[in-house]
Design a protein around this ligand. Structure first.
Ligand SMILES: O=P(O)(O)OC[C@H]1O[C@H](OP(=O)(O)OP(=O)(O)O)[C@H](O)[C@@H]1O
Ligand code: HPA
Length: 178
């Protein structure tokens, strides 16, 4: 199994990019059926979601607008439990179908906070798409409309996810070697 080192930690390859690609195709296929008449606003939650959003959005065939928000809740290898909004929305969300694009739902704190915030703006519906979901880590009851892969509760890097800013550019996903 391929291993890499980022700063002081070692990681082993656990999800090859080919599995991510397949899951992305499946998510896009479902969205192409569900969202074709909804003119949604697709929202990439930065930083982590940049790679997933770019890959997914190349596959969608329905008319949509694309926007970005920047939220942060992780420091080092754990959730702080607080979601900081670093860049917010400037679109009118009232009456819109909004689709949040996340790289990962881990504790669920980030996506729950984002969904609640958007609901207050009068959006018609808020859907959530996440490439990765850690069911064993999730502390919130949230509805996930599109899930790429369910994964174990291990700290991971790659495909947008980082360890102190490193590893986001890796096309595969690696798990912390304990
Ligand atoms: O379900 P949660 O436990 O809330 O974790 C998920 C969030 O954590 C990561 O963001 P992070 O706060 O690390 O910021 P980043 O996207 O800039 O890396 C990831 O991109 C999600 O937004
Ligand atoms: O496992 C993870 N790795 C990196 N960033 C994260 N943000 C939430 N979970 C993770």
């Amino acid at each position: 199994m391929k291993r890499i080192k980022l700063l002081d930690k070692e990681f082993a390859l656990t999800i090859p990019g080919s599995d991510i690609k397949k899951a992305t195709w499946q998510m896009a296929e479902k969205m192409n059926q569900d969202l074709k008449d909804k003119n949604p606003l697709m929202v990439c939650i930065l930083n982590g979601s940049f790679m997933f959003s770019a890959d997914l959005l190349k596959l969608v065939e329905f008319p949509c607008q694309i926007s970005f928000v920047k939220l942060a809740s992780y420091e080092d290898m754990g959730s702080t439990g607080t979601v900081k909004e670093l860049i917010g929305f400037n679109e009118e969300l009232k009456g819109r179908t909004v689709v949040l694009l996340e790289d990962i739902v881990d504790t669920g704190i980030t996506v729950e906070s984002c969904v609640n915030q958007i609901k207050k703006t009068g959006a018609k519906e808020v859907l959530v798409a996440t490439m990765l979901f850690k069911p064993a880590a999730c502390q919130r009851r949230i509805n996930l409309d599109y899930v790429g892969l369910e994964i174990p509760n291990d700290f991971i890097v790659g495909y947008g996810l980082d360890y102190n800013g490193y590893g986001r550019n890796l096309p595969d996903i690696y798990s912390l070697v304990k």
